[in-house]
Every structure is written in C-alpha cells, then in structure tokens.
Design a protein around this ligand. Structure first.
Ligand code: ASP
Length: 412
C-alpha cells in the first residue's frame, strides 16, 4: 500500500489529535488512560517543538545573512526591503481595523460583569509594562553579543545581527566569498535537517492537539462565547478573505494553490502556537512548495516571523475593547486610536512564542487606563485563540514573501 503524502499525514495527524483530545476531555482528567495519554502526548509534542527550535537559530542566522548578500547581486535589496515593510504595515493595519470595527459593532463583554471573574483576577499579578518602558526594553533587546543571542535562542537579536552581517558581506564584496559560501552550505544543510524533522510532524502535531483539546476549560469558553466568536470570526475573515484576496490581486495566485503549498506550515502553526517554532517549516513551504526565491524568502519570512503578526494585532485590539466593555468604560475615538497604535507596537514587539500576545497586551490596556489584571479573564482561553492567530501570523509572512517576490521583480 502506498503511504499518504506528508501533507496528508499532517492533516490526518491534526484530525486525529483533535478527536482523541475531545475523547479524553469527555473521560475527565482523573481517568488513568487520560493521565498516561496526556503524559505521552506532552512528551512527543515537546520533543517535536524542541527539534524545530534546535534548527531554528542556525536557520534564521544563515537565511538572513545569505538572503541579504544574494539580494545585492540582483540589486534588489532596497526594493525588497521597502516592499516588505509596506506590505507588513498595510496588512497589520487592516487586521487591527477589522478587530476594532467588529468589537464596536458586536460589543462583546457588554452583558458581562467583571465581578463574575473576581476569583481569576485575585490570583493574578500583572507585570507592569508601560509603553515607554516597553519601547526601551524592545530597543535594548535588538543589539546583543551575537554569541549570547545565538546561545539564548533570542530570535530578534539574531535577526538583527544577521542583517548587519549580510550588509557587511555585501559591502565587502568578493573578498568574503568563502564565508558566504560556507553560510550558503550551512543553510542548505539546515533545510535538509528540517526535512527530516518534518517526518515526525504528523506525530508531533497530533500530540500537541490532543493535549490542547483535552485540557480546555469548557465552562469559561461558554461564558466568553461572544468574545471568542468575534475574535475567531474576524481572524478567519482576515485569513480566508483579506489576505488571499490581496495575494490574488497582486500575484494572480488562487487561495487553493496557496493552501496546497502552505498547509504544512499553517497546521504546524496551529498546533504549536508559535511562529518561531514554525519558522523552519514556513521557510520550507515558502521556498520549496510556493517557489519563492530563497534570497527573498530568506529575508521576508524570518523578519515576518518576528515583527509581522496580523492575528496578534487584531486580537490585542479586540481584547482591549472587550475589557473596556466588561469594566463599563466607553472608549472614545481618540482612545481607540491609541489602542490601534499600541496594538501595532505590541504585535511587532511580541516574540513568536505561545501566549506572547498576552504579555504585550498589558501595555495596550494600560495605554488607555484599563486594568491589566483583567488579563486573568483572557488567560484560560488564550491557548485556544492563540492557535488561530498564530496561523494567520504565519500565513501573513508567506503571502508577504509571494507579494514581495512579485512586486520586486515587476519593477526590476
Ligand atoms: N503565539 C503567537 C505567535 O507565535 C504570538 C501571540 O501570542 O500572539 O505568533
């Protein structure tokens, strides 16, 4: 019998994970089988993420340095750079607008009272993160001894150093071609290893989803159903309509074509809730299935994974309005503009790890004087919503590289 393709195996793994997780949920956490099942899925899921993280840093480092160095050869660097940033800014703006408009229209949270969540709030201590401090911290984290950044796995600092090294390689020219060759070979090797890790993806994804679904707090989901519906609805609208439409209008590629090439990465993002852990898979899909040139993907995708987060931006804006409704505050237009700007900064600053958006959310709430403790209400449902917003975050990066490839070539 012929084995199903890897794509098919990943999809089947995801469906299996959700079904088994649901079954475990029905049996209850006390059940012996559920306990061993959750232990095993915890082990397998973590192993899969560890393997992705193992390859992540060498991959980011080489792909950006090589990407920049090769772009210069096509004298495209400036165009690619500008198009990438403009595309990211436009799509994030659309995402936040969607979140704000839908929240103003449907007013999730207006029927609820914050007192209902007193228990959750009491046991929560918010980290103070005022905007200026957040900004200072963000800037400070950009520049780091590269060896520390590599060893700590700090993606943002590695991106920045690799950018600088790439530019130095360009400026230095032929004199450094040996180093460039080595980096290029290292990049090819890391992509080969990513291919091996992907063989485990169906199991890793099934394990992660079993754990996620089995440990959901259904009562909380019911209470917050309206908010969840608004967030899920707008995130899907952005991911299924807006981004594919932009892709179609600019490149002529259909949504089905995109889904076929991108699904490995989208499903991995859904299961891991981490753009960073998914990055090796995103790179693989973008270069191998969606046929974006490595020098463009090598630049757009890693940068996108750290700064371009449409799903997170939309969520931060919608959640701020939800909490305002909950505490009975009517945010004025100016205040909503402040939410808009801080949600954008929060999404750029959030690292691509699970629930990162929750940490930067504090800043958005504080910018308009909302109580940061209210985050305690959102925490129990965050892992669930994180799945979808991370998927859209990763989708934005892949569509971004297709768009950039098209526009940068067009004007070449
Ligand atoms: N988990 C998201 C990501 O990795 C970030 C967030 O929490 O919104 O893209």
């Amino acid at each position: 019998m012929k084995m199903p393709s890897l794509n098919m195996q990943i999809l089947l793994g995801a469906i299996f994970g959700v079904l088994v997780g649901w079954y475990f949920h029905g049996l209850g956490a006390e059940h012996q089988m559920v306990q061993s099942g959750l232990y095993a899925s915890g082990l397998v899921g973590t192993l899969f993420i560890d393997l992705l993280k193992m390859i992540l840093i060498p991959l980011v480092f080489c792909s950006i340095a090589v990407g920049i160095a090769n772009l210069r050869q096509h004298s495209q660097m400036h165009r690619v750079w500008v198009t990438t940033l403009v595309f990211f800014a436009i799509t994030t703006t659309i995402a936040i607008t969607l979140g704000l408009v839908a929240s103003n229209y449907f007013k999730p949270g207006s029927g609820l009272q914050i007192a209902m969540f007193a228990d959750a709030i009491q046991s929560f201590e918010a980290q103070q993160l005022p905007l200026p401090e957040f900004f200072a911290q963000f800037l400070h984290s950009l520049f780091m001894n590269p060896f520390t950044a590599l060893a700590k796995g700090d993606v943002m600092a590695v991106v920045v150093f690799a950018l600088i090294l790439g530019i130095a390689l360009v400026v230095g020219g032929d004199r450094y071609k040996n180093l460039l060759n080595i980096l290029q070979e290292l990049l090819e090797l890391t992509m080969r290893i990513v291919g091996w890790v992907m063989v485990l993806a169906p199991f890793g994804i099934a394990a992660l989803l079993i754990k996620l679904v089995a440990t959901q707090d259904i009562a909380m989901l019911g209470t917050l159903a309206k908010f969840i519906t608004v967030v899920v609805g707008t995130t899907l609208l952005h991911g299924i309509v807006i981004l594919p439409l932009l892709l179609y209008l600019i490149t002529g590629k259909t949504p089905l074509w995109f889904w076929r090439g991108a699904r490995e990465a989208l499903i991995t993002a859904f299961a891991t809730s981490s753009s960073s852990a998914t990055l090796p898979v995103t790179m693989r899909c973008t270069t191998q299935h969606l046929h974006v040139k490595p020098e463009i993907a090598g630049f757009v995708v890693p940068i996108g994974a750290t700064v371009n987060m449409d799903g997170t931006a939309l969520y931060e804006a919608a959640a701020a309005l939800f909490i305002a409704n909950l505490v009975g505050v009517d945010l004025s237009l100016t205040q909503q503009m402040i939410v808009f700007v801080t949600a954008m900064i929060a999404a750029i600053g959030a690292p691509g790890i699970p629930s990162a958006g929750m940490v930067t959310m504090v800043m958005v709430l504080q910018s308009v004087g909302l109580p940061a403790e209210a985050i305690a209400i959102l925490l129990p449902i965050d892992r669930l919503l994180d799945t979808l917003r991370t998927t859209v975050n990763v989708q934005g990066d892949m569509i971004g590289s297709l768009v950039v490839q098209r526009l940068a070539n067009k004007t070449a």
